[in-house]
Design a protein around this ligand. Structure first.
Ligand code: SF4
Ligand code: SF4
Length: 372
């Protein structure tokens, strides 16, 4: 039976986090001495830790230190963003994750390895080599909402193993929530993590994964099963597992049970009253595929550029899988060709894009617990 551990951790005070992490490592059933370990945080884009977009550097440092104390050789790294997007130096510096990883920090984009895929979206994918060279892969996702995938957790964090511009190509091929969820489970299954430690001390609700609001949750979730952990996360938000596309696919494939009752929970799983899910939730709530496609089409995102924040860096254009953004003084969107993936919105380091238009009518769903 899969199990998920819940530790209450009130703040990012290093000693508190380190004690918890040490206990998680010691009770994980894994033997760390002499092992090579990849630690992969969520390092989406250059946002400071208090924005709750990326895994908090204190958790990363605590995991790294605790592993080293247990005799592991550690590599800390991620492969943020999309093709040509920003620089690793900037992301690692602003997020504090470069410092947290110290001498063990590595850019995972540098040594891609082509691997065969069992996926209807691609037959092979370039993935960072390191994940195949270590004894253990420890994934450190952030507890967050996501405009395309509704939530982002243990399964989604493995998308960061995919190197460079392929992320954009994969987004373009799997551009509905259901398709993208399927692709995420395909990628997760290439090399599932051995241990997942989720940063849920402060998570994100609403317009995630980068423009939502920080939400104090006060815990660290952990499991040797990333899919089981996602199911637990889903229950905390009040979302039915069948409404969370990645968990739905994982359940269909037998990776995780459909009910939380079939998972052992060590500790008390908190229920987050009034947790705000993203307004795009309607895309998975409508039960008929045809209606979902029509709704998806008429509700293609419109973005308003906050001109006081936009510095014309063109990160949105470089990260757009459909190549429909041009930037002169400000970005301009060819909405007819937009596939509604929200990558631009997700990656803008200035939070200079605001969702406008039809989607705003669905904002009421954020707090509607009846609907889920
Ligand atoms: S909206 Fe402006 S600041 Fe944001 S990524 Fe695009 S060009 Fe850069
Ligand atoms: S404009 Fe934004 S939402 Fe549309 S395809 Fe490009 S990145 Fe995705």
């Amino acid at each position: 039976m899969a199990s998920v551990r819940v530790d209450r951790v009130a703040s990012y005070e290093y000693a508190l986090v380190k004690d918890t992490v040490s206990e998680i490592l010691d009770t994980s059933g894994l033997s760390w001495r002499g092992k090579k370990v990849l630690v992969k945080p969520n390092m989406l884009a250059p946002f400071t830790p208090e924005k709750a977009v990326t895994t908090h550097p204190v958790l990363v440092r605590a995991v790294r230190d605790a592993l080293r104390e247990r005799g592991s050789e550690v590599v800390v790294g991620d492969n943020p963003g999309l093709a040509g997007y920003g620089s690793m130096v900037k992301v690692s510096s602003v997020t504090g994750l470069g410092e947290a990883g110290g001498d063990d920090f590595l850019n995972l984009a540098k040594r891609p390895k082509k691997v065969p895929m069992k996926s209807r979206f691609t037959e092979q994918l370039s993935v960072c080599s390191e994940v195949f060279e270590v004894d253990y892969y420890v994934s450190l996702p952030k507890f967050k909402t996501h405009m395309l995938t509704i939530l982002t957790g243990g399964i989604k964090n493995s998308f960061g193993l995919v190197v460079g511009g392929q992320k954009a190509r994969m987004h373009a091929r799997a551009n509905t929530p259901a398709e993208f969820a399927e692709l995420l489970v395909d990628i997760y299954s290439i090399r599932p993590p051995d241990l997942v430690i989720m940063d849920a001390i402060t998570g994100m609700e609403g317009f995630g994964p980068s423009a939502g609001s920080p939400r104090d949750i006060g815990c660290i979730l952990s499991s040797t099963d990333g899919a089981a952990l996602d199911l637990a996360m889903c229950m905390m938000t009040g979302l039915k597992p069948s409404r969370y596309p990645t968990v739905k696919v994982a359940t269909h494939r037998g990776l995780v049970p459909s009910s939380i009752d079939e998972i052992e929970i060590a500790g008390e799983l908190p229920r987050l009253q009034g947790f705000k899910l993203p307004p795009t939730l309607f895309r998975v709530l409508v039960p008929w595929r045809g209606a979902r496609l029509v709704l998806g089409f008429i509700s293609k995102p419109r973005f308003r550029v906050k001109k006081d924040l936009c510095d014309a860096c063109a990160t949105c254009a470089k990260g757009c899988p459909a190549g429909v953004i041009t930037v002169d003084r400000f970005p301009v969107f060819d909405r007819r060709k937009c596939i509604g993936c929200y990558c631009c919105y997700e990656l803008c380091p200035q939070n200079a894009l605001e969702v406008a238009g039809f989607i705003r009518f669905f904002k009421w769903l954020e707090s509607s617990k009846k609907a889920v």
